[in-house]
Ligand binder design. Structure first.
Ligand code: ARG
Ligand code: ASP
Length: 720
């Protein structure tokens, strides 16, 4: 216990060196840990201007947008900016053939035209507090992990209860440094968030999946929303009586632009990084997990693309599905390349051998840390094959839509088998299933799914020894003697889940006993067997190894900090508010290739291709380009800058984060990373890791000049 508490003191006290660029820092410790360096790098404001709980600070302008993105206030009327890909779902939900906002964009010309988004939330941080000693109160080094967990979770419950007394805030406690440190977050959740504007997809998603994760980039990846509150400026459910929320702080927007070398920082919610994991974990990712995911998605993506290229309707139906699976696929490819290029496993092994020497240098250290690395080796040795099997199950077994769709009927079976459930409950669920069938089949193409099913089932069967496979995969193979076409035809002909008509007919005449028909359905049968296999053969074991790895990581993390006493440590990302800082900078990804740090509207015209959906350019944009009508948004070099890159350390969740300059003014919106740097979640390489941001001037130009929604820019505080 005594050893646990001073850890943070240790982190601060010995932080003499740091590697600029790498790191996602805790805002409340910037003053102690980073301010001097940030100022030396060019920052003209103070740590207090960024995070302060007594006075309005930049942190009051930053929010969690929805469930996994960042956004920022840019006016005193609750106006906020985030990415187009973060607003995508909301935009899609409002879109129909008559109002295709995805294709055409949407702009509310006054507040009455703004569109409500049930379910969409904006979360603001009221304050955070370190609560390590309270969470670990009663924990000692002699107890078992189970005892420790019980105490920690009881303490967390008590602290939460105390903190939520007499208020409507949402209280969260998150572990940092793998449970060596704990923070309490007091959050305010707003539920009335309205869509104000979005550019058409050929601006907001320009370059699509081809350009995704890549530089040079020309995507106008932004959308505009507004938060509403009740008359007292408090969060409220949607109501016509609500009024625009007045944030404590909104960002000033600068049209000065970003120049090479300029200091920038990013303030937002990075989701997950794993910078401190051992070599065995990196090895597992590189060799066991990523290759399976990539190979299985390769199959699906090729089938999707082939069908999408040949038919415009299919292209629309499969656009979001394709974007979703290809985002991860492309990232993992980049990640694996980066891990290999950086020799990340070897780097980690070197650290581990130094760690072993250090741990064995003294008896006390040996007692605490001596057994760690062999324990990791053992745990990962066991976890490795399980994780590969998990990846096959998720990507191949559950890859065909029909299987996932059939599985969603399990709930109906459970309800019907339950003697207690009433007819009302059942008909309510049937109603929901009818509703979801409508939207499911709207975007479903059975021919594509048959191809996916046949290819993935066969790939699954051939992936490992029979004895290791879920039994259904082997049974099916044997039953059809390896003829996957015959298997596919049989499943799809017999299953009701392949056809909207069959599903509707089934649901229209539904009565309680009909659940037996689902049980006999071949697609449901596969889904059910695979789910059972998951619970019985994978989950329990996986959970046990992961838990033991979690505990080992806590000790290893503490050891790494103690061993590298003069290294500056930042906690892995955990979707809590962080600051990353660096400089605007180009890079050189390969021999003789040098990337400039910004792109321009001319690049959009160069990429234009009216035959390729992702590269269509709107006439209006061409007109503005031809007239060079950039107004105050043009750069002093005469061009209109679209995106820029910098060395800020970011990850998924940072999308939509503000990119701020030395004065704390908004100069860009973060939305992606360069492909060569996607391994930054595991190892950061200052020469190759770049975050990609939309130049705020391009965003304002689109709002004002392209969309004619200048009234929104008028609402902002623009610094020229
Ligand atoms: N790669 C970015 C991120 O991880 C943006 C993805 C959205 N764009 C797309 N073309 N799929 O979320
Ligand atoms: N595109 C990511 C996001 O949506 C950001 C990243 O991974 O760099 O959060």
């Amino acid at each position: 216990m005594k050893k646990l508490i001073p850890l943070f003191t240790l982190i601060i006290a010995f932080q003499i060196y740091s590697r600029a660029d790498e790191g996602m820092w805790i805002p409340m410790y910037l003053g102690e840990m980073n301010e001097a360096e940030m100022q030396a790098m060019g920052m003209r404001i103070t740590a207090d201007d960024i995070y302060n709980i007594n006075n309005a600070s930049l942190k009051d302008a930053i929010m969690i947008f929805g469930g996994g993105c960042t956004g920022e206030f840019v006016s005193d009327q609750g106006l906020l900016l985030t990415n187009h890909h973060c607003g995508y779902r909301s935009i899609q939900k409002h879109s129909s053939v008559e109002h295709d906002y995805l294709t055409d964009g949407f702009w509310a010309m006054d507040k009455s035209e703004e569109l409500a988004n049930p379910g969409l939330t904006v979360t603001l941080l009221v304050r955070m507090e370190e609560v390590t000693s309270k969470v670990l109160d009663g924990v000692n080094e002699n107890m078992t992990e189970t005892e420790r967990k019980a105490i920690v979770s009881a303490n967390i419950d008590a602290i939460k209860e105390e903190a939520s007394k007499d208020n409507d805030y949402k209280i969260l406690i998150k572990p940092f440094f793998y449970g060596n440190q704990y923070f309490l977050f007091v959050n305010e959740v707003f539920k009335d968030v309205r869509l104000v504007g979005t550019p058409p997809s050929n601006i907001g998603k320009f370059g699509g999946d081809t350009d995704n994760w890549m530089w040079p980039r020309h995507t106008g990846d932004f959308s505009v929303f507004r938060v509403y509150a009740d008359k007292d400026n408090n969060p409220a459910e949607y109501s016509e009586d609500n009024v625009p929320y007045v944030p404590k702080k909104h960002l000033s927007v600068s049209t000065k632009g970003a120049k090479e070398g300029d200091f920038t920082f990013i303030f937002g919610y990075p989701g997950t990084t794993e910078e401190y994991i051992p070599s065995y974990a990196v090895d597992m990712k590189l060799n066991a997990v990523n290759p399976v995911r990539i190979a299985m998605r390769d199959i699906r993506i090729k089938i999707f693309l082939d069908a999408m290229e040949n038919d415009p309707e299919t292209r629309i139906q499969y656009a979001a599905k394709h974007a979703g699976i290809s985002n991860g696929w492309k990232k993992w490819i980049g990640e694996n390349r980066g891990i290999k290029r950086l020799k990340a496993i070897e780097q980690k092994q070197q650290l581990e051998s130094a760690f072993a020497d250090w741990a064995n240098s003294d008896n006390t250290l040996k007692e605490e840390f001596g057994g760690l690395l062999p324990a990791f080796e053992d745990a990962y040795g066991k976890l490795n094959p399980l994780e590969a099997k998990m990846a096959y199950l998720a990507e191949a077994g559950m890859g065909a839509e029909i299987i996932r769709y059939a599985r969603s009927y399990g709930k109906l079976i459970r309800l019907c088998k339950d003697k207690e459930s009433s007819d009302e409950e059942i008909s309510e669920l049937v109603g929901k299933l009818k509703h979801s069938a409508e939207s499911y089949f709207k975007d479903y193409n059975v021919d594509i799914d048959k191809k996916v099913f046949a290819s993935l089932m066969s790939a699954y069967y051939n992936s490992m020894d029979k004895s290791e496979l879920p039994s259904i995969i082997v049974e099916m193979h044997d039953k059809y003697k390896g003829d996957y076409q015959a298997m596919t035809n049989a499943v799809f002909d017999k299953s009701i889940f392949a056809s909207k008509e069959k599903v509707n007919a089934f649901l229209d005449s539904y009565k309680k006993s009909k659940y037996k028909k689902i049980l006999k359905d071949p697609a449901f049968d596969i889904a059910n067997d695979l789910t059972m296999y998951y619970y019985k053969n994978l989950l329990v074991a996986e959970d046990a190894y992961s838990k033991s790895i979690d505990s080992l990581m806590r000790i290893y993390m503490k050891g790494q900090i103690e061993m590298q006493a003069n290294k500056l440590f930042y906690p892995d990302a955990n979707f809590s508010l962080r600051v990353a800082y660096g400089n605007v900078d180009g890079y050189n990804p390969d021999d003789a290739i040098n990337f400039n740090y910004f792109t321009t509207l001319s690049g959009i015209m160069e990429k234009e291709n009216p035959d390729i959906y992702d590269y269509v350019v709107e006439d209006k944009l061409k007109e503005l380009y031809n007239k060079k009508d950039y107004g105050r948004y043009g750069d002093e070099d005469g061009s209109l800058h679209t995106c820029f890159i910098a060395t800020n350390h970011t990850t998924g969740g940072n999308s939509g984060s503000p990119v701020l300059d030395a004065d704390g003014y908004l100069i860009g919106i973060n939305f992606d990373r360069c492909w060569e740097g996607t391994m930054s979640d595991i190892v950061y390489d200052a020469s190759q890791c770049r975050n990609i941001s939309l130049d705020i001037r391009y965003c304002l130009f689109i709002i004002d000049k392209f969309a004619g929604a200048g009234h929104l820019v008028d609402e902002m505080t623009v610094v020229e």
